[in-house]
Design a protein around this ligand. Structure first.
Ligand code: ARG
Length: 460
């Protein structure tokens, strides 16, 4: 297939240079965006009297024919053209003849590729938001069912204070909700149309950029033609947001891997999301969680790669920018797959609630509440802290727990202890008394869950 720019050249492109330059192997996934942009462009050209209505009809018919054939698999994108833009144009000319040669009037591949990538990314932002919403729904379902499922809360991976499973999952709800907010921020900022910027300096044709922008549901045209063809900020922002999603998924996976370990046994990952060992018959490994954790690195890599590509590029378009695609596509594919798999794994995971409660009871997670109990009996907090510290040491020596000590043992350490201590340091009391907004107490949790439900309703 001929190149689009043969006229000025007398020599042939070196074969390796041609292949090095070509982007069709990866930008072929932009075909549908490329055709959508061309249809909008041609419609506008005819409205402005730059093409005749008949030419417009022929071109659109040709473009739709190509799209139909590509969708149906009747036409295959081979490597004979250097990029998807040349492919579509060459096939159009082949199909409809001379009218096809007018498609590129008042347009450059620079604004064309800027538009294609923006359309593709915009759809990915929407899709990511939808997948995050599915994940939030699964998290919220678990929260509603587990407001009284007790477990230890950790700091430094040491048992700290008792919480509930609903509260723990609630932390992830906040993270993925912020991720969705980032999607809508990015969407709002990026939703301006670069088509009509030309190569860098607009064109001398009377294009109606407002019209093409609204045809493709953009908020309006971009306002500087140099920036239009060389801006990849929206992609960097999206990759940063995808990196943050992966960071959140990776933290969650790390916890699930720990909870699923032989030592913890808080959860059981469903067989559908576990794998076995080729040699050790007893094994059921959390590979999906480990892979999601592992794939976080390549998404961070895409962000670093594009930031580095962009840092030295003078205005306006330079071919370096073709390097945005492979890394960005890989990151988008990776995050989509990870979100789908993670949501599936989370929705089928079983909790071993007795193990979790048992673990919360065994690690002195009620020590703070025991100190607060003494404060209630008039002991200054610092003294109470010291008394309970000695009590914990005693328990460790005797291999027991605060709530399993006898009244005499308690009295021996402080005469302020009364029989109401047992209720005061029970798991249920420890959690129920945590009523501050955002705390695990059932009243506080019920309030938050109501808010989350309303949020998921209104942000479909
Ligand atoms: N394949 C190119 C890219 O991805 C398309 C734009 C080419 N423009 C140019 N002047 N060579 O950036």
């Amino acid at each position: 297939m001929a190149q689009l720019w043969g006229g000025r050249f007398t020599g042939e492109t070196d074969q390796l240079a041609y292949e090095f330059n070509a982007s069709i192997s990866f930008d072929k996934r932009l075909f549908s965006q490329d055709i959508e942009g061309s249809i909008a462009h041609v419609t506008m050209l005819a409205k402005q009297g730059i093409l005749t209505p008949a030419e417009k009809e022929r071109i659109i018919e040709g473009l739709e024919g190509i799209r139909g054939d590509l969708d149906a698999g009747r036409l295959e994108i081979d490597n004979k053209c250097e990029d998807i833009h040349s492919f579509v144009e060459a096939h159009l000319i082949e199909r409809i003849g001379d009218a096809g040669k007018k498609l590129h009037t008042g347009r450059s591949r620079n604004d064309q590729v800027a538009l294609d990538m923006r359309l593709y990314t915009r759809a990915q932002v929407r899709e990511t938001d939808r997948l995050l919403r599915d994940l939030l729904q699964v998290i919220l379902d678990v929260m509603e069912e587990n407001m009284e499922t007790y477990m230890p809360g950790f700091t430094h991976l040491q048992k700290a204070q008792p919480i509930t499973l609903a509260h723990h999952y609630g932390a992830y709800f906040e993270m993925f909700k912020r991720d969705r907010q980032r999607m809508s921020d990015i969407y709002r900022r990026m939703n301006y149309c670069p088509l009509g910027a030309g190569a860098l300096a607009g064109t001398t044709y009377p294009l109606d950029r407002e019209f093409t922008a609204s045809m493709m549901e953009f908020a309006g045209p971009t306002l500087n033609s140099m920036d239009s063809v060389s801006d990849r900020d929206y992609l960097i922002e999206f990759l940063a947001a995808l990196s943050t999603i992966m960071m959140h998924l990776s933290r969650f996976c790390e916890e699930i891997i720990i909870w699923n370990s032989n030592e913890y046994q808080f959860v059981e990952i469903d067989d559908a999301y576990s794998t076995g060992s080729s040699i050790m018959p007893q094994k059921k490994n959390p590979d999906i969680a480990e892979l999601v954790r592992g794939k976080t690195g390549r998404v961070y890599g895409a962000l670093m790669s594009l930031l580095t590509t962009m840092k030295g590029i003078p205005l306006a378009y330079n071919k370096d920018m073709q390097e945005d695609k492979e890394v960005a596509f890989d990151a988008m594919d990776t995050v989509r797959n990870c979100l789908v798999l993670f949501t599936g794994m989370l929705g089928t995971m079983k909790f071993k609630k007795e193990r979790m409660a048992e673990s919360a009871m065994n690690g002195f997670t009620n020590a703070t509440d025991a100190a607060d109990y003494l404060v209630g009996k008039g002991v200054p907090f610092r003294d109470a802290h010291g008394i309970i510290g000695r009590l914990v040491l005693y328990c460790i020596e005797k291999n027991t727990a605060i709530d399993r000590l006898s009244m005499e043992e308690l009295k021996a350490i402080s005469d302020k202890f009364e029989s109401d201590i047992y209720d005061a340091v029970s798991l249920k009391t420890c959690v129920e008394k945590r009523l501050t907004a955002g705390a695990p107490g059932p009243a506080a949790m019920a309030n938050v869950i109501q808010k989350h439900k309303a949020y998921l309703q209104e942000s479909r």
